[in-house]
Design a protein around this ligand. Structure first.
Ligand code: DP6
Length: 350
């Protein structure tokens, strides 16, 4: 008798959030192995919802994005399944109809790979559990396995499997950290970080010119890459300390330096490229000036694009939102922003 009963059919669904990195993953060694450890905040209201219906078959994939059949995405998922089918054998013996949607608009310039790939990986692990003879997979193993498969789809997705703060990549400073999957951040967290906000300023809704995948690849020939990987590890140590002690000044310095270095690496690649827009820089300068004048503890970070994430503790909410509305929204495309905050991680839905 085989370990998996592929005569079964069923439906599984997960909602999984996006995340924003404080210490950036930028550069890989080998197959989806990060060149340095990274640490991120899991978001709350920016998430993907994915449902998979499975039935006995031959590994066919039908994919609907926002209720529209999408053969391009279906092909990408099929390619992803090819990479993991030696570990999830049911992928060759079942057919899949996948429905997925995001809470954030597709054209908001927000990278959806973290939420989408983590939701998909969680669904696959639920299917595995449902069809397995031994359904008693411990929770810890379930999530680290989901993180492992999410990572193969998109590195940053590995971290979305956990709420609050999550790290990925082996670090001597983080017990049980791994290059293969993320782990929930279990070191001390000062209460100032318990209710953290992320207001995402949509500077550009357009698709970025250079994909993250290509950007990671360009780190291989970047003469500054070795120094960057060392810096990321040092910054991880400093950030862990700031998170434990509630040192917001140190937190801000590290987080902004990580964002600027990420984009510095892009500019120093060959060929070099710029994903920031003039309005990205306007916003960054305004945030720094406002912080200096008001003493309010807010900072910016960036992912691989033009949008700006404004991070601040819950208690600074009122003054930061006033500042954003009065001074920053004019720099956003169609005055668009998304209010988000640290969240509790993915949820299985029926
Ligand atoms: C700048 O996870 O999108 O957001 O593994 O090739 O899918 P792939 O890359 P991806 O890279 C994310 C890079 C980043 C930083 C981060 O999230 O740590």
């Amino acid at each position: 008798m085989s370990a998996n009963d592929v005569n079964k059919s069923g439906t599984v669904a997960w909602q999984s959030p996006s995340n924003i990195a404080l210490i950036k993953y930028w550069g890989k060694k080998g197959f989806q192995i990060p060149a340095n450890p990274s640490l991120s905040i899991t978001l709350s209201s920016s998430y993907s919802e994915t449902k998979i219906e499975y039935k006995p078959g031959a590994g066919l994939v039908d994919f609907y994005f926002e209720e529209q059949k999408n053969p391009v995405f279906a092909k990408k998922i099929q390619a992803y399944f090819e990479k993991i089918k030696h570990e999830l054998h049911f992928l060759t013996n079942l057919d899949f109809t996948i429905h997925s949607q995001n809470t954030f608009p597709h054209s908001a310039g927000i990278a959806s790979s973290a939420s989408a790939m983590s939701a998909l990986a969680l669904c696959l692990c639920s299917i595995e559990q449902e069809i397995s003879e031994n359904q008693k997979i411990a929770n810890v193993d379930f999530y680290s396995r989901a993180s492992y498969f999410a990572r193969i789809g998109s590195g940053s997705a590995a971290r979305s499997v956990y709420g609050k703060l999550s790290s990925w990549g082996t670090s001597a400073l983080i017990p049980e950290s791994s290059d293969l999957y993320a782990t929930p951040f279990q070191l001390p967290i000062h209460k100032v970080f318990e209710n953290f906000n992320d207001t995402i300023l949509i500077v550009s809704k357009g698709e970025k010119k250079v994909s993250s995948r290509a950007g990671h690849g360009l780190m291989d020939g970047n003469p500054f890459a070795p120094a960057r990987y060392m810096q990321a590890s040092h910054n991880m140590g400093k950030l862990i300390m700031a998170i434990e002690t509630g040192d917001l000044k140190a937190f801000i310095a590290i987080v902004e330096s990580e964002a600027l270095t990420l984009h510095g690496m892009m500019m120093a690649s060959s060929p070099g490229y710029i994903l920031m827009e003039p309005n990205t820089l306007e916003i960054i300068k305004k945030i720094q000036a406002f912080r200096e004048q008001s003493g309010v503890n807010l900072c910016f970070t960036l992912d691989a694009g033009a949008n700006v994430h404004v991070l601040y503790p819950g208690i600074e909410g009122k003054s930061v939102l006033g500042f954003i509305k009065n001074e920053l929204l004019d720099y956003c495309e169609d005055k668009k922003m998304i209010s988000d905050k640290m969240g509790d991680g993915p949820k299985r839905i029926s």
